[in-house]
Design a binder for this molecule. Structure first.
Ligand code: SF4
Length: 456
């Protein structure tokens, strides 16, 4: 058993039995579900919209090389700088290099899962550079020393009382402040940081190839402040975020908002086309875009290619019965839930993370709710298949399945023993493997073969 697997099982076990955790998650997911129903009403033909969105992403990913180069050409034509980072280390070093050039001791950051992926805050802290989260949820998580719990709502697992406790412990505020008062505290603290930080760092929800731009979607305005005050803006974006054209936003923006938070459109949607131009009042002196691969090109293999269509709306997490039971932290990965279980084994190693593809009931709810119609549960099965084909199962498990297959494929063997004995034997064969962390196997009292004979 790998370390990751044992940690995953141990954490899942704790969370699955934590009723208070379940209560908070159910409450917050229910609020989300209610909003999404309303948000969906803005589409006259939602199915057509989802199909169109899938086609747009299909086109983008099938021509990824071309669109990324188009993006680079158009972005650099307006004075922006593009850095290609193949690994976490390359991305970290690129940011550090810029920080050194600007003598930066402090950066402000808007919410970005890619910066979580490259562990940017920890890395910068090691180089004595303070990185301050400015999204309220991320700010709470940073204060509490925790990673985001959910890709869209980082502090989803915390109640307002939990947040008040964190503020009291870390900032010395009065106990039991109301949500409005807590927000005011965060706002006051962050306003100061925006003004003193030398660099603003964001992610990017979309890259636009035809006009060479980065789009940032957010609800609090912190992304705009992050990019308005500091003289340098760095956007770190995964290469799969590219869209062919600015025209695609008319569909992608409302779709992301509806499936992400149930809104018609997110409050602040900004298109950054580069640094401030001559004659313009706003914008940074310099703007960099770091295009991150970090295993994404592994996802281009045909079995899981669709996973690159993901717009990170978080909808599949909210719909997943496993996620709702074990929560976002048990996965031990940046991207949790169904889509995280599909992509992480390819991005971080099949052997170390293949277990995530088994942590699914295969109910298909994730596939059903995905705005870009990604066949998520189908790809979880593909991952299991890939893991077996790569010989990553233990010899014990392979032997057990071999025996199972021999028995199941032979009518005479299946008819030899009664159900009770077959149940006993099967559970013995899978004792150390399949049934170790699952309910025991149970043969029906009568096989289909018997029932069929009796019917005749
Ligand atoms: S896989 Fe689909 S539902 Fe899940 S986060 Fe990505 S776009 Fe949203």
């Amino acid at each position: 058993m790998t370390d990751n697997l044992s940690v995953f099982i141990a954490k899942s076990d704790v969370k699955a039995h934590d009723l208070e955790h379940k209560r908070k998650i159910s409450f917050n997911i229910q609020k989300y579900n209610d909003s999404v129903v309303k948000g969906k009403k803005q589409f006259t033909d939602l199915e057509a919209a989802r199909k169109k969105a899938k086609n747009i992403k299909w086109k983008a990913i099938e021509n990824l090389d071309k669109y990324l180069e188009n993006f680079e050409q158009n972005f650099t034509a307006r004075g922006g700088k593009v850095i290609w980072a193949e690994t976490v280390e390359e991305a970290q070093q690129a940011v550090l290099q810029i920080c050194k050039e600007k003598n930066a001791r402090q950066v402000v950051k808007s919410k970005s899962m890619v910066t979580e992926e490259i562990h940017l805050n920890t890395f910068l802290a090691q180089h004595n550079i303070e990185s301050v989260e400015t999204d309220l949820g991320e700010y709470i998580q940073q204060l509490d020393g925790e990673a985001p719990y959910h890709i869209v709502t980082p502090a989803m697992h915390k109640s307002k009382e939990d947040v008040a406790r964190v503020f009291q412990e870390k900032l010395g505020t009065l106990p039991n402040l109301s949500p409005a008062e807590l927000t005011q505290v965060a706002r006051t603290n962050l306003r100061e940081k925006y003004q003193t930080a030398e660099i603003g760092i964001t992610g990017g929800n979309f890259l636009l190839a035809d006009i060479g731009a980065v789009c940032v979607t957010e609800n609090e305005g912190n992304g705009r402040l992050t990019t308005a005050f500091p003289k340098t803006h760095i956007a770190i974006v995964g290469i799969e975020k590219v869209l062919p054209s600015v025209n695609d936003l008319q569909l992608m923006w409302p779709l992301l908002a509806t499936f992400g938070t149930g809104q018609n459109v997110t409050v602040y949607n900004t298109i950054f086309t580069g640094p401030r131009q001559a004659g313009e009042n706003d914008g940074p002196d310099e703007m960099y875009v770091i295009l991150l691969d970090n295993g994404r090109t592994n996802l281009l293999r045909k079995e899981v290619r669709e996973s690159m269509y993901c717009i990170r709306c978080g909808s599949c997490l909210n719909a997943c019965p496993v996620y709702k039971n074990i929560g976002g932290h048990a996965y031990g990965t940046t991207y949790s839930g169904p889509i995280g279980s599909v992509i992480t084994p390819h991005m971080r190693g099949m052997e170390e993370y293949k277990h995530l593809s088994y942590a699914s009931t295969l109910c298909g709810n994730c596939t059903e709710v995905c705005p870009v119609k990604i066949n998520i549960h189908g790809m979880l099965l593909e991952n299991r298949n890939i893991a077996v084909a790569e010989g990553l199962n233990t010899t014990k498990e392979n032997m057990a399945w071999k025996l199972w297959r021999t028995g199941m494929m032979n009518r005479t063997i299946m008819n030899l023993a009664p159900a009770g004995l077959k149940t006993k034997l099967a559970n013995k064969v899978f004792n150390d493997t399949w049934v170790k962390d699952r309910a025991a196997l149970q043969f029906a009292p009568k096989s289909f073969n018997q029932l069929w004979k009796e019917r005749k």
